[in-house]
Design a protein around this ligand. Structure first.
Ligand code: FE
Ligand code: FE
Length: 171
């Protein structure tokens, strides 16, 4: 545990920060798996473009889980040790893919990112001026989640437009 490093935290209990981070940690693993499995089951037109995007996002979510686990340990905490706790502690839940069509898969993923943005935005608000290191980590992740939402929405809209144009041209 970082003794001096943790002595600079003011105005918030370290146990409270660890609790917030463990919930986000659960979200990241579930997001990782959601992207992983979506990239395997996705079907339909332009699915190859979606697979590239989903795989990139999976790698990002795993990197976020690493960043959060390292910070929890610095704070003297223990990252969740059992996958069953991911479901218990998650903020955003798990968006099991039910409809494998590429547009539906992308919409599920967009919903997940929108929840992640809300989660990190609230963590940033809670630790601002109190724990600058967690603030910095949560801000970096927040910026990634905003970029994820944008990338997915753009791809979702491009595919939707392409399909609409295709249907028109076939009439
Ligand atoms: Fe993430
Ligand atoms: Fe994300």
């Amino acid at each position: 545990m970082a003794r001096v490093g943790n002595s600079i935290i003011k105005g918030i209990e370290i146990s409270e920060i660890i609790k917030l981070l463990n919930k986000a940690y659960a979200d990241e693993w579930l997001a990782y798996y959601q992207y992983f499995i979506e990239s395997k089951v996705v079907k339909g037109i332009m699915k190859d473009a979606a697979i590239v995007e989903l795989n990139q996002h999976a790698a990002d979510e795993l990197r976020h889980a690493t960043m959060i686990a390292d910070r929890i340990i610095q704070l003297g905490g223990t990252p969740l040790l059992h996958p069953k706790d991911w479901i218990k502690k998650t903020n955003c839940g798990y968006g099991e893919p039910k409809n494998f069509d590429v547009v539906a898969i992308l919409q599920d993923a967009i919903n997940g990112e929108q929840c992640a943005i809300k989660t990190y935005s609230s963590i940033v608000d809670l630790v601002r001026d109190k724990d600058i290191v967690t603030y910095d980590i949560a801000s970096q992740i927040l910026a990634d989640e905003v970029a994820h939402e944008e990338d997915l929405q753009t791809l979702h809209d491009d595919i939707t437009e392409f399909v609409t144009d295709l249907k028109k041209s076939l009439k």
